[in-house]
Write a protein that binds this ligand. Structure first.
Ligand code: SF4
Ligand code: SF4
Length: 217
């Protein structure tokens, strides 16, 4: 039986919008690892199952971040991942481990993993664009004790290369001044969002401009 294919189907049954595997070893030297340092989780064997969940812009509360509790959407992804972990063990006798979100907590570069698993491509907004769902997909992942072939990674299509890039021109922090994403400027905005939310004692409603103006589907 093809356990990997069954796991992808099961992920969808549990509520994931998309799911796909990539050999775990491939992520140890992914583009973000080369640029920003090694991931928190490295494995020489097994694979990583990447789960994506559509965050409907009409349900902005899925993205509201709460101190110490992540976001409602992320908690849904964690639950799907945990149920998949149990199912892989109980039904197929396959070990799996849900990976933390943050690199410093032992996580992986999720956007790289999603692209390398063939789920989408990195748009000029520096977000993963998943065909059919655009840039409004959030990710989580599990390490799974299964060897899988390397899928074809997603490539940016001509549509995005030729687009007038409202994602870049509309950024309130000018984080794309030279056409490349500058993390420091974006993080500055995130910090302001968090401080404002704390001052008003509410969940943080992060900037999503570069996601929401993107016409890609
Ligand atoms: S999230 Fe907001 S501040 Fe960050 S790059 Fe996108 S538009 Fe700019
Ligand atoms: S707004 Fe245009 S350039 Fe930016 S990511 Fe979307 S399709 Fe690509």
């Amino acid at each position: 039986m093809d356990v990997a294919a069954a796991a992808v189907r099961k992920a969808r049954d549990l509520g994931a919008t998309v799911a796909g595997f990539v050999p775990a070893q491939q992520l140890n030297d992914c583009p973000s690892a080369r640029g920003a340092g090694p991931p928190g989780f490295c494995a020489r064997t097994g694979s990583v199952l990447v789960l994506g969940l559509y965050h409907d812009p009409d349900r902005p509360e899925m993205d509201w971040w709460e101190e110490g509790a992540s976001t409602p959407g992320d908690r849904m992804l964690q639950q799907i991942a945990e149920e998949l972990r149990r199912w892989l063990g109980a039904v197929h006798g396959v070990d799996a481990r849900v990976l933390p979100y943050q690199i410093q907590d032992g996580g992986i570069y999720l956007k790289d993993a999603a692209v390398m698993a063939g789920l989408g491509y990195i748009g000029r907004n520096n977000l993963v664009i998943v065909p059919g769902f655009g840039a409004s997909i959030r990710f989580r992942a599990l390490w799974v004790d299964l060897e899988v072939p390397l899928p074809d990674a997603g490539r940016r299509p001509a549509f995005c290369e030729e687009c007038p890039a409202p994602c870049q021109t509309a950024c309130p922090m000018h984080a794309f001044v030279d056409g490349r994403y500058h993390r420091a400027e974006c993080l500055e905005r995130i910090d302001v969002n968090k401080k404002t939310a704390r001052g008003e004692r509410r969940s943080t409603d992060h900037c999503r401009v570069c996601e929401l103006v993107c016409p890609a589907k």
